[in-house]
Design a protein around this ligand. Sequence first.
Ligand code: DX5
Ligand code: ZN
Length: 214
Amino acid sequence: MNMILSPSILNADFGNMAALINEADNAGAQWLHLDVMDGVFVPNISFGIPVIQSLRGHTNIFFDTHLMITEPERYIENFIKAGADGITFHVEATEKPLECIKLIRKHGKSAAIAINPDTPVSRIKNLLDKVDMVLCMTVFPGYGGQKYIEAVNDKIKEIRELMGSEFNIQVDGGVKEDNLRAILEAGANVIVAGTAVFNDDITGSVKRLFKCAQ
Ligand code: DX5
Ligand code: ZN
């Protein structure tokens, strides 16, 4: 399966965001990863609905919206109205995962469920056939620039075996040029990369990541 690259803007220069996003888009990134943090589910606060809405006015790229917020069912529809194309919520953050999926589907958007590095696949087994993608966190969410947790590769393999070759499996956290191949070989196909893309050579970084994937 071809790799989908979803650069995360979390560590990019927020004062210049529209231009940086368009550079990543023109270099070949297919999605844009938007890390929403509430300071409760994760120990950090990033950005939310108004920022996504204003970025929507500057790009047509697929908005891959990663909600690291408690009780995401409260805000899913607002994120969709702001321009999200895909919504990913954490199973650890809600007691109503089916309601979350329903809200996303109601608007015809792509639904994904995320699991932290220490959450087993068994926790989401009954939800797998109801979503378009699973996000396996390869760092504990909260910050960019952390080290990839290798042990998560076993969960990626497990999900790939359960779901077959067409299902989207995303990894997020610590992806670099030198570990990308092994991650793809484990079975992931949607790759989030923050600091590995939004550095001082966005175009070169995107192109090198696609080269590593070949
Ligand atoms: C972590 C975020 C990630 C992060 C990725 O909580 O979900 O998307 O920004 O950044 P890197 O690629 O630098 O680990
Ligand atoms: Zn993320």
